[in-house]
Design a protein around this ligand. Structure first.
Ligand SMILES: [Zn+2]
Length: 259
């Protein structure tokens, strides 16, 4: 189960892993707080300021479908105004109780870009996970935070400069992606076989088509989209411990099958 603030957060953070896991028959749900109605509107996307929320909900459903996720739920909080409230936490707890996911994924506590909605959703998901765990039976057993390792971002910045591309992390942009220390990363999901579907999921967010996926050359897809990194909040990651290569690594037997 994934919990995010906006349509397209799921595509950047976890779409490759979702494609891989749903291909194996593992069910997944995306719980998204807002409809992204305050976001940009790319030329030719057909959306207006009035219809953007509705259009982006449709884009989210289409993007999720390309990676095998048909259970998409919207809480309906305002884009740019999603706060930590008991009701919002309860929305996540309720979904956990109903779905009994083994793995919960959200963004790292700084929200990758420090968007206030991302930060609120990360905090609420962490609280909801703890509440569900404390309640026992059927509780989720692993909580991951999507993050960008410093070494990934450095390599991408170098590569984008070499190719004369726009910057991946413009220091003047207050919402530019920020990296996390490599030592904080517990899982790097290698998803090269699912890169094309991740790219398709990103492109399904047509109103956001001025974002990275619009200008990223295909020769960089494997590097930029082929690995998804996560911190692990529960059980707590110990720096230096062996790296997991999959969000369900803990549930695989020796043949790699999820039990
Ligand atoms: Zn977002």
């Amino acid at each position: 189960m994934c919990v995010f603030a906006h349509p397209d957060d799921e595509a950047y953070t976890v779409a490759g892993s979702l494609a891989k896991l749903t291909d194996e028959g593992i069910p997944a749900t995306v719980l998204c707080f807002t409809r992204g109605e305050a976001g940009m509107i790319a030329d030719g996307s057909g959306a207006t300021r009035e219809t953007l929320g509705e259009v982006r909900e449709g884009e989210l459903r289409a993007a999720c479908k390309t990676v095998g996720v048909t259970d998409v739920r919207i809480v309906g909080t305002p884009d740019g105004g999603t706060a930590v409230t008991p009701d919002n936490i309860e929305a996540i707890v309720g979904a956990i109780r109903e779905l009994r996911p083994r793995v919960v994924v959200t963004m790292e506590p700084e929200g990758v870009t420090r968007h206030p909605d991302h930060i609120a959703v990360s905090a609420m998901t962490t609280d909801a996970f703890a509440i569900a765990r404390d309640a026992g039976d059927g509780a989720p057993s692993r909580l991951y935070y999507g993050a960008i390792p410093a070494s990934f971002l450095d390599a991408l910045m170098t590569e984008s400069r070499r190719l004369g591309l726009p910057s991946f992390a413009d220091p003047d942009d207050p919402l530019a992606p920020r990296s996390a220390p490599d030592s904080s990363i517990a899982c790097v999901a290698d998803v090269p076989r699912w890169v094309d579907r991740k790219a398709e999921a990103l492109r399904a967010h047509r109103t956001q088509a001025t974002e990275m996926i619009a200008w990223l050359p295909e020769e960089l897809y494997a590097q930029v989209l082929g690995a998804e990194a996560f911190q692990r909040r529960w059980p707590d990651h110990v720096p230096g411990a062996p790296m997991e290569d999959d969000l369900f690594a803990a549930f695989r037997d020796e043949s790699g099958t999820v039990r």
